[in-house]
Design a protein around this ligand. Sequence first.
Ligand SMILES: Nc1ccn([C@@H]2O[C@H](COP(=O)(O)O)[C@@H](O)[C@H]2O)c(=O)n1
Ligand SMILES: C[C@@]1(CO)OP(=O)(O)OP(=O)(O)OC[C@H]1O
Length: 168
Amino acid sequence: MTLRIGHGFDVHAFAEGRPLVLGGVRIPSDRGLDGHSDADVVAHALMDGILGAMRAGDIGGLFPDTDPAYEGADSMVLLTRVAGLARERGFRLVDCDCTIAAQSPKLAPYRDAMRERMARAMGVDPSQVGLSATTTEHLGFVGREEGIAAWAVTLLELGECTGGAVPH
Ligand SMILES: Nc1ccn([C@@H]2O[C@H](COP(=O)(O)O)[C@@H](O)[C@H]2O)c(=O)n1
Ligand SMILES: C[C@@]1(CO)OP(=O)(O)OP(=O)(O)OC[C@H]1O
C-alpha cells in the first residue's frame, strides 16, 4: 500500500458586495471574498492538498483563472471534479484536515455544515474531513480583516489505477 500526503494553502482578500462561501456553505456576512470563482478559500486549499498528494499540479493548472468557464464557479463542483480525477488515477482519500484563519466572522457554528458539504462533494464520509477555525489575534492581514487564509493536509492511498497514468 502506498500512502501519499498533500498540503494546500490559499488566501483571498475580502470584497464588499460578494457572498462569503466557505466549505461550500454560505456564511452570513456583510462581505465576501474576491476571486474569479466563488473564492471558497478552504475548498481551494483542499483541492491543492489532493492534487499535491496525487503529484498532479495545482488548481490554477486545472482550472485557470483566465478561463471564463470558471468565472463565478462553484468550488464544490470543482472539488467533485478533483476527487473524481483522484479516483480515476487509483487514489482513495483516507483523511483530510483543514484550518481556516479568519478574524471574523465566527465560523464554529458552521463547522459541521462545511465538513458535510465538502465530504459530499468528494463522495466521502464527513468523519474523513476535519476542520478548525482560528483568528490570528488581530495580527497580520488576517488580523486586520483584509482577507481569509486556509490550509489543508490530505492523506491519500494509492491502489488500483482505473484510468489515466499515475504520476511519479
Ligand atoms: N473565525 C473564527 C475564529 C475562531 N473561531 C473559534 O474560536 C476559537 C478561538 O480562536 P482563537 O483564534 O482566539 O484561538 C477557535 O478555536 C474556534 O473554535 C471561530 O469559530 N471562527
Ligand atoms: C479555482 C480558481 C478558478 O479561477 O479560483 P479563483 O477564484 O481564481 O481562486 P484562486 O485560489 O486565486 O485560484 C484558483 C483558480 O483556479
